[in-house]
Write a protein that binds this ligand. Structure first.
Ligand SMILES: [Zn+2]
Length: 337
């Protein structure tokens, strides 16, 4: 069987799972540890799905979900190929660094499609894009709240009427988390795009799914993310609709979340003005009304520097739970219907 692209993986044998240690190209990455990659090549042909965790190296349920998929997916029951990379951003994983790569302090999820002559993170993303994502028929990027972040599980895809965006939204709906967010523009001004938008821009249907957070390894979040990938595989025709019982973890928690997701169409991020102590009045998952007081920022004498007001009506999808905030520090993201 010839799987198009993926020259770094060598020959993939139908009906087998294979382990690879892959050196990513790019002169900034020359001294790097190789990345662990697991390929699950179905006995029957079908689409190629690429899944990674660890674009942010301290989002542990996402990383564990990719590791676990490599152990539970059975090539005998799969049509097509699943390519799994548990951790892209290894420097952040090794150093427990949130949000960015410690080598260049760049958030890799803001520089897609990357740059082969850019900084470390830009070269790393360029390698991911050109060696993996662009050769796949579909792409899933797994995330969660980072070390200072709590969140409710949600999936993001790029909004649009084109075929790639519609396929992406179908994947997002199939994943089975409580919220699906389709967004038409980047949520932060940055050099590049986020993973799902960068992939869609290159013609590859893609989603970003978030589960768990606060630097911990929540088992229910791992199961949600594993089950979500399996559901997308069924939707893509890579697995029989009633198959994969061994792969799908049937726990009460995970089962409860297989409901029609609530679709949100805008993502409003809230920032502090001042540096100081952040006292949130709300939790992840709370529904807010525009104008509602959602917290305060105080100084180290205990005086209030600012009162934070909800700029929109919507649902708190992620929340900074560590009290220390910088000036213009990110406090929360609100999903809007
Ligand atoms: Zn992330």
């Amino acid at each position: 069987m010839s799987i198009r692209g993926f020259p770094l993986l060598g020959k993939l044998e139908p009906g087998t799972s294979q382990r690879h240690l892959v050196k990513l190209p790019g002169n900034a990455l020359a001294g790097d540890e190789p990345r662990a990659v697991i390929t699950v090549t179905g006995a029957k042909s079908g689409p190629t799905l690429f899944v990674n965790g660890g674009l942010h190296g301290a989002e542990y349920p996402a990383i564990e979900a990719v590791i676990r998929l490599g152990k539970v997916l059975d090539p005998a029951t799969i049509s097509g190929t699943v390519i799994l990379m548990p951790v892209l951003n290894l420097p952040a994983f090794r150093n427990r660094t949130p949000f960015v790569c410690p080598i260049d302090s760049v958030n890799p999820n803001r520089v897609f499609p990357g740059d082969s002559n850019g900084s470390y993170s830009e070269q790393m993303v360029h390698a991911l894009m050109h060696e993996f994502i662009s050769h796949a028929d579909a792409y899933i990027d797994l995330h969660g709240g980072d070390i200072p972040e709590d969140l409710v599980p949600f999936v993001i895809s790029r909004a649009g009427d084109g075929a790639v965006d519609q396929k992406s939204k179908e994947m997002a709906m199939a994943f089975g988390l409580p919220y699906v967010l389709t967004v038409s523009k980047p949520v932060q001004v940055a050099k590049g795009l986020s993973s799902y938008a960068g992939a869609a821009e290159n013609g590859v249907p893609a989603i970003l799914a978030e589960g768990g957070g606060v630097g911990q390894l929540q088992e229910d979040a791992v199961e949600m993310l594993v089950n979500g990938v399996v559901r997308v595989m069924k939707q893509l025709g890579m697995m029989a609709a009633d198959g994969g019982a061994n792969a799908e973890h049937r726990t009460s928690n995970a089962e409860r979340r297989i409901t029609e997701p609530k679709v949100l169409t805008a993502f409003e991020w809230v920032y502090s003005k001042h540096a100081g102590m952040w006292y949130s009045r709300v939790k992840a998952g709370d529904v807010l009304k525009k104008g509602q007081e959602i917290g305060t920022v105080g100084d180290l004498f205990g005086d209030t520097l600012e009162t934070v007001i909800a700029p929109v009506t919507g649902t708190v999808l992620f929340l900074t739970i560590n009290p220390s905030v910088q000036a213009n520090g990110l406090l929360m993201g609100i999903g809007v219907e």
